[in-house]
Design a protein around this ligand. Sequence first.
Ligand SMILES: Cc1cc2nc3c(=O)[nH]c(=O)nc-3n(C[C@H](O)[C@H](O)[C@H](O)COP(=O)(O)O)c2cc1C
Length: 191
Amino acid sequence: METIDLMLTRRSVKAGDLIEPGPSAEDLDRIVRAAIRVPDHGKLTPWRIQVLHKPGQARLGDFLADLFARHNPDAREKQIEFERQRPQRAPVLLVVTARPVIPHKIPEMEQLLSGGAVCTSILLATQALGYRAQWLTEWPAYRAEVVAFLGHNPESDNVLGFFYLGSAAQAPDERPRPAIADVVSEWAGPA
Ligand SMILES: Cc1cc2nc3c(=O)[nH]c(=O)nc-3n(C[C@H](O)[C@H](O)[C@H](O)COP(=O)(O)O)c2cc1C
């Protein structure tokens, strides 16, 4: 498929609908190599990618279940189990974190944008190799305990996304997109 056609047809598949096979080791290597080849002002590499196969997903799931239960003492067992399964929904889970270099002459926003580019590249590279993915944050991305459990510094680092990777049993439906005229305009000087 031409690159432009891939970009024009990219679609997420819900994490819970992703099935085996997940990316092979070789394909995963290609996905992350493609993903880190992004514009990065100042060559700061202000982002990290962690790969969680089933053992890591289970460890994270146990942590989320405990955290959820601690903060929701009235939670039912079914809800706690849901949290345990949350990071285990797809064959492979990638966690992308931003680790901005601060203070630095390159603004933090530019460093975060570079991280966002890593994220989008993961989606495109994954689909380019015939797999599917979904970019989710959900509540765990915004909990300092989770950031620390993953080995990052909650004071400075942020989870940009959890990337669920696998295969889709069936192609997803199209999703409405904004009309070009609503988001693109020509500017030739002040009105
Ligand atoms: C930073 C970021 C976080 C997201 N987090 C969630 C989320 O927590 N839950 C959710 O349902 N969709 C989330 N999404 C949206 C999905 O990844 C996806 O874009 C959406 O389902 C639309 O599908 P599409 O990628 O085919 O356009 C997030 C998107 C971005 C960019």
